[in-house]
Design a protein around this ligand. Sequence first.
Ligand code: UGA
Length: 435
Amino acid sequence: MALKISVIGTGYLGATHAACMSSLGFDVIGIDVDPAKVATLARGEIPFYEPGLDTLLKEQVSSGRLTFSSQIQDASDCDVHFICVGTPQVKDGLAADLTYVNSSVEAVGAIAKNGSLVVGKSTVPVGTAARLQSRLQEINPQLDLAWNPEFLREGFAVEDTLHPNRLVVGVTNDRAESILKEIYASNLAENTPWVRADLPTAELVKVAANSFLATKISFINAMAEICEAAGGDVTVLAKAIGYDPRIGSRFLQAGIGFGGGCLPKDIRAFMARAEELGAKQAVEFLREIDAINLRARQRVIELVRRDLSEDLRGKKVAVLGAAFKPDSDDVRDSPALDIAVQIQAAGALVTVHDPKAMTNAEKRFPVLNFASSIEDCVRDAEIVLHLTEWKIYREIDPVAIKELVSQAIIIDGRNALDREKWLAAGWKFRALGRS
Ligand code: UGA
């Protein structure tokens, strides 16, 4: 008989995982403590924007295989429980807040039937899984725990979940591995690389991967700073080094840097955990990665001051993009919004546009002005900042839009616009890392 699955925590990761597991033919119940979220998902709607997930979720809910509940007891007949709750940064430090992971393991331990497997997917500091396994077995020695980190990217969540580029399973015995092989049978049939690891290694794979990605981005942003100082062009530099397959061209897009709910907090939590382990020096470089990343935001603000004036009071600034990256409505630690808010705080009148993230942005920063069209956003602006590289912004006609602004100056904070086209239309074109 097919395994029955529960997914505890139905945020970004959990909702996607639940819908994808159901699409593979499993009976799935999504559990969340937030009854409003449960009600939305149970209607087949998603409370955030993720391409393709809305259709998949609707299909799966109507198939009857996928249900949602706020009562953990409703998951008591499941064979496998995936823990997908968030691990945000703590308010008063760099570490990850494990409150939700701890409480879900307590809750699931109390209701899980003998022989069931609890599988952690949340990003946690190394050592958490071993501690949780001991705790689970204290509650009920017939339960087992595995760690199966998730590498999905927002904007590609469904594709990355159904066709991951690797599967990593941290287990302490063969039985746990074989249950996970049953769940991921379709991936194994596609020859997806399968890595069996112990619990600490599985946890570390996740933070190591995100640290590497963050390092790659900050590396190219450091090169952007050098290009600015030396009169070079970082986009050409990135292209040239990217042809070396040992380096690779992906994640070498220089600009205002990384944000979102993962990379920034994961590198910080990694530093905090390394310090606890007495291995602080090993990841001390991540402090510099974080600093380079935050500096990119300041560099854009300096460019604005250089073009307008030191005193930004009363200056009209248009900001294109609020999400931390395109194809997402997520504004957590968004570099675009951070820049917008800092410029507004300096006295400028900032108007923001984003095709999907306006509601979330407005909730978080009601002090900013929001425009529902690109035209309204840029009208009378003295400078336009392109800060999230949505496709619709690349399709802007610089000739037409020039009629609307009061000064034709654009800063491309993502190095994604066609510079020649904007220059030809008579704009002053600024970009990070391009002299
Ligand atoms: C990231 C990882 O890429 C996923 O593999 C991982 O599963 C996920 O975190 C997680 O831990 O849950 P995500 O946060 O969706 O995924 O975003 P990315 O696509 O990694 O982008 C992160 C940030 O880096 C964005 O703000 C993006 O604009 C920026 N970025 C990306 C650059 O500035 N330059 C680049 O070349 C690439």
